[in-house]
Write a protein that binds this ligand. Structure first.
Ligand SMILES: Nc1ncnc2c1ncn2[C@@H]1O[C@H](COP(=O)(O)OP(=O)(O)OP(=O)(O)O)[C@@H](O)[C@H]1O
Length: 294
């Protein structure tokens, strides 16, 4: 992967990685992801890496289970940077993002108020990567808090301490969203504007086969090929509007392959993919597709 990057960027990453490795605590070392992302197209990983080298924020867009988190972890590994994660939900608030104040004791036992940094503060002050998962699940009023973190200012006023925190060198933001998913809200334009956007589609064909053979408990090559075909057929139904996006999830497909190592494949597909859908006709469409293949 590094060989495909422009030389100056590959050099920049190597230097940064070496420098970073020396200053990391064991806990921070554990936050570095592993390089397990299988790229659906070469430009997905390459463009994300180039954008991060250029100090851009990266927004990963794709359906559930398409590997967005795996890609963020892969980038963390590539840059040797710990990844501090925030999972957005409607009850996400400033404390969950930035940190909170708590009562503690100093070394003489006297009570004192201490600020416990949240993921954004940790990533900013240490110059690490921040991963904001499901960013479009957050309440519209929460995320503008971090607009200043995402633009050229790279700074935020900590509302709990009044301190202005400026990001240390190396700080980068990767966010992910599933468009149109239940509970999501369209991302506010000002926020969207602060990101370079990268589509992460479902893996297909040989790349999917390589992932299944490596990750699944199922080792029968012929059956794994049929699962790759099942995935392609389900994607065709999704594109025709007959199935929702989640029917194509690679996470669910891996579950089905694992089960199929021990139970008949159609039953495995029913449990791992079909039964998660709410509509009876959609469930039947998945099972019918599986029955034509196994
Ligand atoms: N391109 C890929 N490379 C490697 N693993 C993948 C890929 N796509 C899917 N997977 C597998 O599918 C599972 C789900 O991937 P991941 O959690 O990264 O998806 P996601 O897009 O972040 O999902 P969600 O939107 O639901 O959070 C992972 O555990 C991984 O094993």
């Amino acid at each position: 992967m590094l060989s495909k990057l422009p030389q100056e960027m590959a050099d920049q990453i190597s230097v940064q990685k070496q420098r970073q490795a020396q200053g990391l605590t064991p806990l921070e070392q554990n936050l570095i992801g592993s390089a397990e992302f299988e790229a659906p197209q070469e430009d997905v990983l390459l463009d994300a890496a180039i954008a991060l080298c250029l100090e851009k924020n990266v927004l990963l867009k794709g359906p559930t289970g398409s590997g967005k988190t795996k890609l963020a972890e892969h980038l963390s590994s590539l840059f040797g940077q710990p990844l501090h994660a925030v999972n957005c939900s409607t009850d996400l608030d400033a404390e969950a993002l930035l940190g909170f104040k708590t009562l503690t004791h100093d070394k003489n036992g006297a009570p004192m108020i201490e600020f416990v940094p949240g993921p954004i503060m940790k990533a900013m002050t240490r110059g690490h990567f921040l991963y904001i998962d499901e960013i479009n699940m957050a309440k519209p009023e929460t995320l503008p808090l971090i607009n200043g973190v995402l633009d050229h200012r790279r700074a935020i006023t900590n509302p709990f301490t009044g301190e202005v925190v400026t990001a240390a060198e190396g700080f980068r933001v990767i966010a992910a969203l599933n468009e149109g998913y239940i509970g999501t809200v369209p991302l506010n334009e000002a926020l969207k504007n602060r990101f370079v956007s990268i589509e992460v589609p479902y893996l297909q064909g040989d790349a999917l086969y390589r992932l299944l053979i490596e990750k699944s408990k199922l080792k029968q090559e012929k059956m794994l090929r049929s699962f790759v075909q099942l995935s392609a057929d389900l994607l065709a139904l999704i594109q025709m509007g007959q199935l929702p996006d989640e029917a194509g999830s690679i996470r669910a497909l891996l579950d089905a392959c694992d089960l199929a190592a021990y139970i008949p494949p159609v039953r495995a597909v029913t449990r791992a993919i079909a039964d998660k859908l709410t509509d009876e006709r959609e469930r039947a469409a998945v099972i019918n597709t599986a029955e034509t293949l196994f």
